[in-house]
Ligand binder design. Structure first.
Ligand code: LLP
Length: 421
């Protein structure tokens, strides 16, 4: 599943030397491994064993059309958060009856489009939204299948911007209100209540957090069913954390042991929660994003300049926060490694982009092997929430994207040109 590795001090992906790809397409450049994407999908499917389930890839993590069609070909479903994601998912070949729709502010035209496409179900976030879905479905003479997203106010150890299951977050209906909303929902003529949905946050690396959430939600589902509310589907959401630190190890790469990530993988999370969730007797749905695509991608960038200022060293590269936002937005750690390793002393520097913001950094005080001007660096594990969060800030065309398949590679998104600005 880890398709990036060193061979003779050169970084490779599958059977392709990355230096060749980067020279051919230029930088900044997102590069993905097809095999890694496929393997991650299969790994998740295998973890379910014989349990009745549907994995729905969270399109928001990476919505490149080619990547979506690779995932669709694996036969799993997807979760969308907007009409744009739904459009791309359908174009990529996801079957409507494997598409779920989440999001706290679905517009009326988005709901109508999804109903006309006859998607599997909506994860509903409020009573107001439920009423609108019912109204629009009645107008179309159809029935909307819905799950109610419930907020159980769970403590989650991740960046505050990506917790979603705490009572102060905007997501879902508070658990003590859920029963009342569901009782109304089952009386609406154009609504079929199918079950409940949770999504407690993203990049959660503690298996105990998932186990606690699984126990709470399972008990809730059983109680609801016992009181006459139909419960067929239990959607456990996504959020399965991945390893970012020390993704690649090599004798020349400094190790960073000072982090909270555990060695657990998405399969460990699934294997831990499935027996608990199965007690609900529901079909189990999940919505993994990062755990499918994060490890499949890197962002390649070129060293432009070195700069020394009082007490600090800077390595200025040609990618910026507009190309990859996670470090500045969430203070997230991404391993940064030279695509071709040189002999010489390690150096410690801030690795920064060219934009007009102090927040335009990829790493602060980072020890990396020796690099020189024009060298290429790889920011590892940038397949999820990378390109999708990019912008044209500072008049910068967005990067290109390339897919590696064994010893072949192809452009899967053109670099934007000046005329795109
Ligand atoms: N389902 C729902 C309803 C979601 O809101 C999300 C992510 C997912 C599934 C997928 O979560 P995953 O398995 O990828 O953790 N931009 C942030 C992450 C934001 C996640 C938003 N929702 C980051 O770069 O860390």
């Amino acid at each position: 599943m880890r398709e990036f590795y060193f061979q003779n001090n050169e970084l490779w992906c599958e059977n392709t030397n990355l230096q060749t790809v980067v020279k051919r397409f230029g930088t900044p450049l997102y590069v993905y491994s097809k095999k890694s994407i496929i393997d991650h999908c299969r790994y998740i499917e295998k973890a379910f064993g014989k349990t009745d389930h549907l994995s729905c890839y969270a399109v928001k993590a990476n919505m490149n059309r080619t990547i979506l069609s690779i995932i669709a070909t694996e036969g799993i479903g997807c979760d969308v958060g907007s009409i744009g994601e739904l459009y791309l998912a359908l174009e990529a070949g996801f079957l409507p009856n494997r598409i779920t729709y989440s999001g706290v502010g679905k517009r009326f035209d988005e709901i109508e489009f999804a109903l006309k496409k006859n998607i599997l179900e909506f994860n509903v976030e409020s009573e107001g939204e439920l009423m609108e879905i019912s109204r629009i479905a009645s107008g179309l003479n159809t029935v909307a299948r819905v799950l109610l997203r419930i907020n159980f106010d769970v403590e989650v150890d991740t960046h505050p911007y990506i917790t979603t299951g705490k009572k102060e977050n905007k997501f879902g209906v508070d658990s003590f209100e859920a029963r009342g909303v569901l009782e109304k929902a089952i009386r609406l003529p154009s609504i079929e209540v199918v079950g409940i949905h949770i999504h407690i946050g993203s990049q959660i690396t503690n298996v105990e957090t998932f186990i606690a959430a699984a126990k709470t939600v399972t008990k809730f589902v059983i109680d609801l069913r016992n009181s006459g509310i139909p419960m067929k589907h239990l959607n456990f959401g996504g959020g399965f954390g991945v390893q970012y630190h020390d993704f690649i190890s090599h004798p020349r790469l400094p190790k960073n042991e000072n982090h909270a990530e555990s060695e657990v993988t998405v399969a460990n999370f699934i294997e831990a929660v499935v027996p608990i969730l199965a007690e609900s007797k529901c079909k189990i749905l999940i919505q993994p994003g990062r755990s499918i695509i994060a490890h499949a991608g890197i962002l390649a960038t070129q060293v432009l300049y070195f700069k020394k200022k009082t007490g600090r060293n800077f390595i200025i590269v040609d990618a910026g926060m507009n190309d990859f936002m996670r470090p500045t937005l969430y203070q997230s750690h991404h391993q940064i490694i030279p695509i071709s390793l040189r002999e010489g002393e390690d150096q410690t520097a801030d690795i920064v982009g060219p934009l007009c913001e102090t927040g335009d950094f990829f790493a602060i005080d980072r020890q990396i092997p020796k690099v020189e001007q024009y060298d290429y660096l790889a920011l590892m594990c940038t397949g999820a929430y990378g390109y999708v969060l990019s912008s044209n800030y500072n008049g910068r065309p967005r990067p290109a994207e390339v897919l590696i398949d064994g010893e072949n590679y192809k452009l899967i998104r053109q670099r934007e040109s000046l005329t795109n600005l």
